[in-house]
Ligand binder design. Structure first.
Ligand SMILES: [Zn+2]
Ligand SMILES: [Zn+2]
Length: 410
């Protein structure tokens, strides 16, 4: 994006990126668009998802700063007018945790609320994150649903209660560190504390390791959990179950489990973001004369009046009958897309009437002779598809014709 700003707009904070660019929205973006984009980016650059990636943290902070300005009408107006200098002194986020508290409301109440915050331990390491998949159908995505999922992760060994020692066996304090797990060494004026090289921080020596976990203290497990999938999720949505990941190796908080959601395609509804599209086949008479028809909606069939003279490709929009909004905003619409169904087979009477209509309209149509062959073929090869395939090549040329004759003769 190349925004034109007054020359003196950025005298002090040169090098700062454009807020709209940071949030990947256009200058005319609505508040909803800005929030949605911020949410998406915040999830993408979330420090928990990018451990050790300083650039992600930087982007995360940058997004928060941009959002802080663009989500506020006054600040946004000043920024639009004067650029960065118009909103100088605005919040600069130094600590990632500040961002959670500053924008708690945008992330809460959405079912995605617990993507952020909670359990950020210090000094001890956190368990690894795990993920699992769940597939739901479109109606479940529309209403929200409770699903049972299986999380594969380790859990404390029940035999040794996580100690790693065979029950009843002797566990000795580490002689090297005296059971502290840490050793302190002095180098000149520096005192350094490091993890004990003998017990690797455990503080104890196990002589007889637990047979069930081979001394690890934890075993592989599959944990079943019932989760609530909020209404409005889409294919590729991700939920976070806080603390349902791997246990911490040293008493810190457990990791999280990310649940990746797949939404099965529906036979009647196509999804386009919040909107649903349903194709409605009409016969030529229905389209020409009008009709009242039942169309499927998420809440069951509903009558829809098709006015006379409806064209193929016309769309009837049923407002707010699409997918619900994940954050409780306005639902999408249901678009009923008209298609004109041309019959593949006609009764004698239907054909007669259509020919009459064509005559009335002075429209040229293929002469009647052709359907005689069609009937003949139907007689010998009653399979619809076969008859139609032949029919399409019913000109007296080439091998196809030969095939037809052969069939006629058999
Ligand atoms: Zn064990
Ligand atoms: Zn030790």
């Amino acid at each position: 994006m190349n925004e034109k700003r007054p020359q003196n707009a950025m005298p002090t904070m040169t090098g700062k990126r454009d807020y709209y660019e940071i949030l990947e929205v256009t200058k005319s973006a609505s508040k909803d668009e800005i929030s949605a984009s911020y949410r998406r980016l915040a999830i993408k650059f979330h420090p928990d998802k990018n451990p050790g990636d300083d650039e992600a943290v930087q982007r995360f902070k940058e997004c928060a700063e941009a959002f802080e300005v663009l989500s506020d009408d006054n600040k946004r107006a000043r920024y639009d007018r004067y650029g960065h200098s118009g909103v100088e002194g605005g919040t600069q986020f130094h600590d990632v945790n500040d961002i959670f508290s500053a924008f708690a409301d945008i992330f809460s109440g959405s079912g995605f609320g617990d993507i952020f915050g909670g359990g950020r331990g210090r000094g001890v390491s956190r368990g690894r994150h795990v993920s699992c998949d769940v597939t739901i159908d479109l109606l479940e995505a529309a209403s929200g649903v409770k699903k049972s999922i299986r999380i594969k992760r380790h859990k404390e060994c029940g035999t040794c209660n996580g100690t790693g020692a065979e029950p009843g066996s002797k566990v000795e304090s580490c002689s090297y560190c005296g059971g502290h797990g840490q050793v302190i060494s002095q180098q000149g004026i520096f005192r350094m504390q490091t993890t004990c090289p003998q017990c690797h921080g455990e503080g104890q020596t196990i002589h007889d390791p637990c047979g069930d976990c081979r001394g690890a203290g934890y075993v592989r497990s599959k944990v079943e959990r019932e989760i609530h999938i909020p209404a409005g999720v889409d294919n590729g949505s991700r939920l976070r179950l806080s603390g349902e990941g791997e246990p911490s190796p040293n008493g810190g908080p457990a990791g999280d489990c990310y649940v990746d959601i797949t939404v099965r395609p529906h036979p009647l509804f196509e999804r386009e973001g919040p909107h649903l599209i349903c194709r409605l086949p009409l016969t030529y008479p229905q389209a020409a004369l009008g009709a009242t028809l039942e169309v499927p909606t998420l809440d069951g069939p509903e009558e829809l009046e098709i006015p006379a003279g409806t064209q193929a490709g016309e769309v009837f929009r049923l407002k707010q009958r699409g997918m619900p909004d994940l954050r409780g905003g306005r639902p999408g619409d249901l678009h009923v897309l008209v298609q004109i169904d041309v019959p593949k087979k006609l009764s004698t009477k239907q054909e007669e009437l259509l020919r009459e209509l064509a005559e009335l309209d002075h429209t040229e149509v293929t002469p009647h002779r052709k359907s005689f062959f069609e009937k003949l073929k139907d007689y010998f090869a009653p399979e619809e598809e076969a008859a139609e395939a032949e029919n399409a090549n019913d000109k007296p040329t080439g091998g196809k014709r030969k095939k037809t004759s052969r069939r006629d003769a058999s």
